[in-house]
Design a protein around this ligand. Structure first.
Ligand SMILES: C[S@@+](CC[C@H](N)C(=O)[O-])C[C@H]1O[C@@H](n2cnc3c(N)ncnc32)[C@H](O)[C@@H]1O
Length: 389
């Protein structure tokens, strides 16, 4: 495909996305109907689509409207390029520029930095002077991070194994297990280091969350919101645990047995009925559903799907999960609460409310990570149940 034909394809996919289709589905449908597109074309079109969603407001302003065409035009203008030589209408190129394609500079603030107006007061209160820098990072592609699986080898061994497949990495200060990929990230899943379980894809801040937990050999641990199991696998590599995983939607854990096998980890899956008869746990991790505001650069559709009502529902669910999880711990046990949110109402405020309502608990640690530290935005609090209760 020519560069101009890739732009046309991205516009078509973005129009479907703007009409309500999830971006992945629109990309898949386009891919099925475009057998002529090679892997380079598919990757390039995908990047154009997700860059446009990350910068939806500012690119729409620069491109003359919130349409596939407007978003792509705005992206070209934001990068300092002249769209005219690509917009020729020849072959599969987009139609030539028209007066209505004229854009305007985005307004400073939420439009220029691509976040919803209704969230501006909360983000300003919670992020203070860091707000513009954090929002700007969230409108760019995320770095690729790997977690070294210490059950399979050392960090140096992982760096060398990846280099043998021409994948360049460097250690990252957020976690001792974290490697930032500096070249050839697209080769990871085909590499020996990945297929042998020596490395796993995981954000560096997500790894820092696990490093904040008091994990020692022998603990009986429950990952209560295990999902695909990213954090369960990281816990399994941090100490020799008796590790169980649960999710309200067990289908979310479908890949976990295979991922655990690759990693050399033993993780037992529990459905909600099985949870009821369990003896108390030493540690429970509740990596709760949240706004995802810390990982908008990885999952940018979430930025525009979030509404005040949805955020209020999430906060209610988070408080409910804290209430549900607390009785699962033994006296003296640890409850770890984590989100990938930057919003205090999902983080510090949830912990404060739980502690106010539950005098038998104390806060052992609390940490908020923002993209300024290199990884996604995350929050983790570790609470301890009074040993006499
Ligand atoms: C943030 S995701 C977990 C991500 C996962 N821990 C990881 O690191 O890959 C939150 C998960 O919580 C699950 N969930 C939602 N409501 C729940 C509930 N009431 N009890 C347990 N899990 C719940 C969702 O199905 C979802 O998989």
């Amino acid at each position: 495909m020519t560069p101009a034909a890739r732009l046309s394809a991205a516009m078509q996919i973005l129009d479907r996305y703007l009409a309500g289709s999830p971006a992945e589905q629109a990309l898949t449908n386009w891919g099925r109907g475009s057998r002529f597109a090679g892997s380079g074309d598919r990757n390039a079109v995908r990047d154009l689509v997700f860059d446009a969603i990350r910068c939806r407001r500012s690119h729409a302003a620069l491109g003359g409207g919130e349409t596939g065409r407007g978003l792509i035009l705005g992206g070209l203008r934001a990068a300092g390029g002249d769209p005219a030589p690509l917009f020729t209408g020849e072959g599969h190129a987009p139609a030539p520029l028209r007066p209505e394609d004229d854009g305007r500079p985005p307004e400073a603030g939420a439009e220029a930095l691509d976040y919803p107006d209704w969230l501006a007061p909360a983000l300003a209160a919670d992020l203070g002077a860091d707000l513009p820098a954090i929002m700007d990072l969230l409108r760019h592609r995320a770095p690729v991070f790997l977690r070294v699986n210490r059950n399979r080898g050392t960090r140096d061994a992982a760096i060398a194994a990846l280099a043998a497949d021409d994948i360049q990495t460097e250690p990252h200060p957020l976690a001792e297990t974290a490697l930032r990929v500096t070249a050839n990230a697209r080769r990871i899943q085909a590499s020996d280091a990945y297929s042998s379980g020596l490395v796993e894809l995981q954000d560096a801040a997500s790894q820092a969350v696990i490093a904040a937990l008091p994990l020692v050999d022998g603990l009986r641990v429950l990952d209560y919101c295990a999902g695909g199991g990213g954090k369960a696998l990281a816990m399994a590599a941090a100490a020799r645990l008796r590790l169980l995983a649960h999710d309200a939607d067990p289908r979310r854990m479908r890949d976990l047995p295979e991922r655990a096998r690759r990693a050399g980890a033993k993780i037992s899956l529990l459905d909600t009925a099985q949870l009821a008869g369990q003896p108390p746990f030493d540690l429970v991790l509740a990596d709760v559903p949240c706004s995802g505001s810390g990982s908008w650069r990885r999952a940018p559709e979430g930025k525009w799907l979030l509404t005040p009502e949805r955020l209020a529902d999430l906060c209610r669910l988070q408080a409910q999960i804290l209430r549900d999880v607390a009785p699962l711990l033994r006296p003296g046990g640890w409850l770890a609460y984590a989100t990938c949110s930057l919003l205090a109402q999902e983080n510090e405020a949830q912990i404060a409310a739980f502690l106010a309502a539950n005098p038998g608990w104390t806060r052992q640690s609390e940490r908020r990570l923002t993209p300024l530290e290199g990884g996604d935005g995350f929050f983790v609090a570790v609470l301890r149940r009074d040993s006499r209760r």
